[in-house]
Design a protein around this ligand. Structure first.
Ligand code: F0G
Length: 457
């Protein structure tokens, strides 16, 4: 297979291209917060790879035969068979998106004061752990701290730290170990099968439930076939199955690796736990055969799960991200290395050395990408993770000032990605011209979604 997109385009959507003056006005109106922009003001949207994917003709066709019966719909059984075939889990509950699965699982499994241990919790996952009064603890591996290291599995959990947690004074508080594959909060880095195997063994030894956050299970499996000795001869679906085999169940946002717009699942082995989860599912999402989704959605998801494990698709997607990463690096902008698949993470702190963390260099670079090229993305730095005093001064900065370029599935072509690299290269020629930002309005919760900031001229 030559390295190109293994599909051709049948339906197109125009891309808005605004003038710089129009973008300046749009951004000022949005309070310099990318979440407040209207999609029609955006040329290339790299805010998220979640629910932003392009459906295949086969998915559209599957949607047409969706069975919209309230209970027992044919579409549910197709969905369940697909997820069961993929994961091997006997109890499968559809939900409207990943965070619903997290909420239901944690509310059923965790008690107040317990600990959830992870390579890194995604932010909604952390919030759902905290909502039941439990504590989310991230134990990323040592290699993850070195953004430039080419270590192949920087999404791994720190096994020594995990062993300490499972044997130390707080061992009785550990309620779950949750591995996020790939590790979205940690640079989109994959988790090795060796690491998952060790985690599984430790959890069995200490009687702790082990779950996967499998939002990007296929992309993780692909990187295992490419990077981990002993897996090159297996298909991505086979590797994914080996990973699911190691755990007691999984939560998954299917807005990512089912190449769809909405959906998720909660899957568990334990029948008694499944029954308790089903009660919450029915009370808060929908009856167990639809979980808040339409028959049409369930069909589209089932078909997407088939398509996402195709080697040609995964090879092309990984190559596209890698290509963009190389162009960006050549333009003098550092990325978290090595490139993963769903996103590239730009090291804005290293590019905008004239901006202290309190001037939010990650946010500044994200804003500049919009102003210069209509590219929308969001920072993962001190605006998102930092802490301010009452006067709005940053008192605790994030460990790194990053910007995530998340890449929707099957949506943008190589030339779109090359355009992104060109815009970034222009900015990198005179980074000192990029202004810093200050917060003018900061809500107490979920600040990055709702805050308003302004440039410091
Ligand atoms: N887990 C991971 C690893 C995620 O990346 C996300 C969502 C979720 C859980 C929650 O799933 O959105 O379906 O409720 N990530 C999106 C992103 C929002 O942009 O990375 P959800």
């Amino acid at each position: 297979m030559p390295l190109m997109e293994p599909y051709r385009v049948k339906v197109v959507e125009p891309i808005p291209v605004l003038t710089r003056a129009e973008r300046e006005a749009a951004l000022a109106r949005a309070g310099y917060n990318p979440f407040n922009l209207r999609a029609e003001e955006i040329t290339i949207d790299l805010l998220s790879d979640s629910g932003t994917n392009a459906l295949s003709a086969a998915q559209q066709a599957a949607g047409m035969v969706g069975d919209e019966s309230y209970a027992g719909a044919r579409s549910f059984y197709r969905f369940r068979a697909e997820v069961e075939g993929l994961t091997g889990y006997p109890h499968i509950m559809p939900v409207h998106q990943g965070r619903a699965a997290e909420r239901i699982l944690f509310a059923t499994l965790l008690k107040p004061g317990q600990l959830s241990l992870s390579n890194t919790h995604f932010d909604t996952t952390r919030a759902n752990v905290q909502l039941v009064g439990a504590v989310a603890v991230d134990l990323p591996c040592q290699e993850a701290a070195d953004l430039d290291s080419e270590a192949p599995f920087k999404g791994d959990i720190d096994l020594a730290a995990l062993t300490d947690a499972l044997t130390g004074p707080d061992r009785d508080r550990v309620g779950i170990v949750l591995m996020t594959v790939t590790n979205n909060g940690g640079g989109g880095q994959p988790v090795s099968m060796a690491n998952l195997t060790a985690v599984s063994r430790l959890c069995r030894q200490h009687g702790v439930p082990f779950y996967l956050d499998a939002a990007r299970f296929a992309e993780n499996a692909w990187l295992v076939t490419q990077r981990e000795p002993g897996y090159a001869h297996l298909s991505p679906a086979q590797v994914a199955r080996l990973a699911f085999d190691l755990a007691d169940g999984a939560v998954a946002s299917l807005k990512k690796d089912a190449i769809a717009h909405i959906g998720g699942f909660l899957a568990v082995r334990d029948e008694e736990l499944a029954k308790r989860c089903e009660l919450l599912l029915t009370a808060t999402e929908g009856f167990r055969t639809y979980g808040g989704l339409s028959g049409r959605d369930l069909e589209i998801l089932a078909q997407g799960l088939r398509e996402v494990v195709q080697p040609d698709y995964l090879r092309s997607r990984a190559a596209a991200t890698h290509h963009l990463g190389e162009l960006i690096t050549a333009a003098g902008v550092s990325i978290v290395r090595p490139a993963g698949i769903h996103a590239l993470y730009l090291n804005a702190g290293r590019l905008l050395t004239h901006l202290a963390p309190g001037r939010y260099p990650g946010h500044a670079l994200a804003m500049e990408l919009y102003l210069a090229g209509g590219i929308r993305c969001a920072e993962l730095g001190s605006l998102y993770l930092g802490e301010e005093d009452a006067d709005g001064n940053l008192v605790k900065s994030a460990p790194y000032e990053l910007v995530r370029l998340a890449i929707p599935r099957r949506v943008y072509t190589q030339s779109h990605l090359e355009y992104v690299a060109e815009v970034l290269a222009e900015i990198a020629k005179a980074p000192e011209r990029v202004p810093g930002y200050r917060i003018v309005e900061s809500p107490p919760l979920l600040r990055h979604f709702n805050c308003r900031v302004e440039p410091i001229r």
